[in-house]
Design a protein around this ligand. Structure first.
Ligand code: ZN
Length: 323
């Protein structure tokens, strides 16, 4: 399969798995913002989970034995080896059989380790089955904190119940953690609060590849989870940190969207900064959220970035909340 085929299919399945097929569902009113259709809708979480079972999963080989599985929630990186397979993120539980098939197609090694880039359900829903299949789960301490207790995400109008014991990371770290799996060196590092307060990157040093979780949505406006510590300024800070670390040759695995490089990450940084500055200026002038949305501050980017889970209006609403 060519890279182009893989990315085309994964975009379609991403859209399907995030409920975009029914945009009317995004219009239900709620009171958080002035304009009812600027916030995410009830039912989005269930819809995303339900549609995961029928999502197509594609496998893209990257470099140095690292592959990425796309289409079952957040992008899943896989490193097979004599010590067993390491997965970065777990995807949706409903995609278990397809993820299992894709993993078996990469190598016969057993599943031994799972790292969560952050606590969100499209990255941790599969934790329980992967743990029962043999994975020890490692994450930032705030991922364990949020999975261990009922946690509400206002932007999704959903309260996630505490996860079952098997789904909760048994190993956590605070700032940085280094792993050596059969000679493969991996660095995990916590961002300051960005998309949530639990975001980490996973850097495969030998493969010169990095999974940056949901600090980066390549080709889609990002969701920002203010309920668990995220903010637009935090997203920009994390993206600047990514740009400072990432070289021109590095492979960048975003949380959602196609595998990327540094120049694509730069475009994303410029988008975040431009929209933040426009929205902040309007808000300081006293404009209401409705007026800011009507001014369409994302217009130059909408044709390329507005076709995903976050509509231009909803993204503008998230930026407005943080400036
Ligand atoms: Zn997320």
């Amino acid at each position: 399969m060519t890279v182009k085929q893989a990315t085309t299919i994964s975009r379609r399945s991403f859209l399907a798995s995030t409920g975009l097929a029914a945009p009317g569902a995004l219009l239900a009113p709620r009171g958080l913002f002035a304009a009812a259709d600027i916030i995410a809708a009830p039912g989005l979480v269930e819809k995303a989970r339900n549609e995961a079972a029928s999502a197509a999963i594609t496998v893209q080989r990257l470099r140095g034995n690292v592959s990425v599985l796309m289409g079952a929630g957040g992008n899943i990186a896989v490193l097979p080896g004599r010590d067993g397979k390491l997965l970065i993120d777990a995807g949706f539980a409903g995609a278990r059989s397809k993820i299992g098939d894709a993993l078996a197609g990469i190598s016969p090694d057993p599943i031994k380790y799972l790292i969560n880039t952050h606590w969100h359900f499209d990255h941790t829903d599969g934790n329980e089955w992967l743990h029962s299949a043999g994975a020890t789960i490692l994450a930032h301490e705030n991922t364990r904190k949020h999975l261990s207790t009922d946690t509400r995400v206002e932007g999704w109008d959903f309260t996630f119940p505490a996860s079952p014991a098997g789904a909760i990371p048994s190993e956590v770290f605070t700032a940085e953690r280094r792993l050596d799996l059969d000679g493969t060196k991996i660095t995990l590092k916590h961002y300051l609060p960005a998309h949530t307060d639990s975001d980490i990157y996973v850097h495969f040093i030998g493969a010169d590849s990095i999974h940056v979780g949901d600090t980066f949505w390549n080709g889609y406006y990002p969701f920002i989870d203010y309920s668990t510590g995220g903010s637009i300024d935090g997203m920009i800070r994390a993206t600047e940190a990514n740009l400072a670390k990432i070289t021109d040759k590095m492979i960048v695995i975003p949380g959602h969207g196609e595998v990327a490089n540094k120049s694509q990450l730069s475009v994303y940084r410029d988008l975040l900064v431009t929209v933040r500055d426009k929205v902040a200026t309007l808000k300081k002038q006293g404009r209401s959220l409705d007026e800011v949305v009507a001014a369409n501050p994302t217009a130059p980017y909408d044709s390329k970035w507005g076709g995903g889970f976050m509509s231009p209006r909803m993204f503008t609403g998230l930026v407005f909340e943080g400036v």
